[in-house]
Design a protein around this ligand. Structure first.
Ligand SMILES: Cc1cc2nc3c(=O)[nH]c(=O)nc-3n(C[C@H](O)[C@H](O)[C@H](O)COP(=O)(O)OP(=O)(O)OC[C@H]3O[C@@H](n4cnc5c(N)ncnc54)[C@H](O)[C@@H]3O)c2cc1C
Ligand code: FES
Length: 282
């Protein structure tokens, strides 16, 4: 399947898009699940140019305590505002959780390549594991705006930790849920939902974001069904702009930089850790 104009525009790297250093201002910062916050940032210039799947690199604090910025997917863009869903995992995200309306921070973005929407796609399947829902929010909206039917498979440890479920319900034709404890949807991993969705909805493209073993499993299922699949990969990042090589991803055409060549990759190009383990066993 060939790709549309938008894909050609940002099919590799960032397509020459200008990266902005912008002073952004907190408009709201709400807890949306255990340990997860939704940060609304006034960022007029970034909001105007960000594409689904891109990320921003936030400077966490003044001074030298946090030299490295922290990368976060843009969950949604609305008018002059971008939204970031963040899970509190360490010092930087704890600092984010303490920000209040009116606080300023500096951000570089939009960074990376985004999701590509293949020309002629009529139906898309989005597979979100945990905070993997973050970069899929804006994509779900963009697909629906173009008239692409959206199915979503979403998984989380518990019902309370399902994030962005309302957004998916609003724009998707079908949302299926799995939780580890069965408190919402079926009990088990989100990957268990995928075979039936591939068979029943016959999507033209699959998009996945979540833990890497989940994405690897989804990539294999999509490949078996003959459906192209894109994945958004997370790596530790230092510069965020392609200069330091701290974020490399093994691909069939060599090492790539998650920040500049990704974070979205075609799943067939990725050499998964599982592939390497299985290769060693052979
Ligand atoms: C492209 C991209 C998009 C991301 N989008 C989101 C998002 O939308 N929401 C979200 O909650 N998280 C997202 N992350 C992960 C987020 O960047 C890290 O959780 C965050 O940097 C942790 O900062 P910290 O100071 O709280 O944690 P630290 O105290 O630095 O570390 C705590 C834990 O977080 C991991 N971590 C630290 N820095 C990074 C990093 N740069 N990349 C990946 N893991 C890291 C560490 O390995 C450690 O396990 C994304 C990462 C990437 C690469
Ligand atoms: S973070 Fe520096 S090259 Fe990707």
């Amino acid at each position: 399947m060939s790709c549309c104009g938008e894909a050609a525009e940002h099919g590799a790297g960032d397509g020459g898009q200008r990266k902005l250093l912008e002073q952004v201002v907190v408009e709201a910062n709400e807890r949306v699940a255990t340990g997860v916050g939704l940060l609304a940032l006034r960022a007029p210039r970034m909001a105007a140019s960000v594409r689904p799947g891109q990320f921003v690199h936030l400077r966490i604090a003044e001074g030298t305590a946090f030299i490295l910025r922290r990368p976060f997917s843009v969950h949604r863009a609305r008018g002059e505002t971008i939204e970031v869903l963040y899970q509190v995992v360490g010092v930087g995200t704890r600092w984010l959780a303490e920000r209040e309306p009116g606080d300023a921070m500096d951000a570089i973005g939009p960074l990376g390549s985004g999701w590509r929407i293949p020309q002629g796609a009529a139906h898309a399947l989005l597979v979100a594991g945990g905070l993997g829902a973050a970069p899929l929010g804006m994509l779900a909206e963009a697909l629906a705006e173009r008239g692409v039917a959206v199915s979503v498979a979403q998984g989380a440890p518990t019902a309370e930790r399902l994030v962005a479920a309302g957004l998916f319900e609003d724009v998707a034709r079908r949302v299926e849920t799995a939780t580890d404890d069965g408190s919402a949807g079926v009990r088990g991993f989100v990957t268990a939902l995928v075979p039936a969705l591939l068979e029943q909805d016959r999507p033209d493209v699959v998009y996945a974001c979540g833990p890497e073993p989940m994405m690897c499993a989804v990539a294999r299922m999509a490949a078996e069904a003959g459906v192209p699949c894109q994945v958004s990969l997370e790596r530790l990042m230092a510069c965020g702009v392609g200069a330091c090589l701290s974020c490399t991803v093994s691909t069939r055409s060599g090492l790539k930089r998650a920040c500049a060549d990704g974070p979205v990759f075609d799943a067939v190009d990725v050499v998964w850790a599982q592939d390497e383990v299985e290769g060693l066993k052979r």
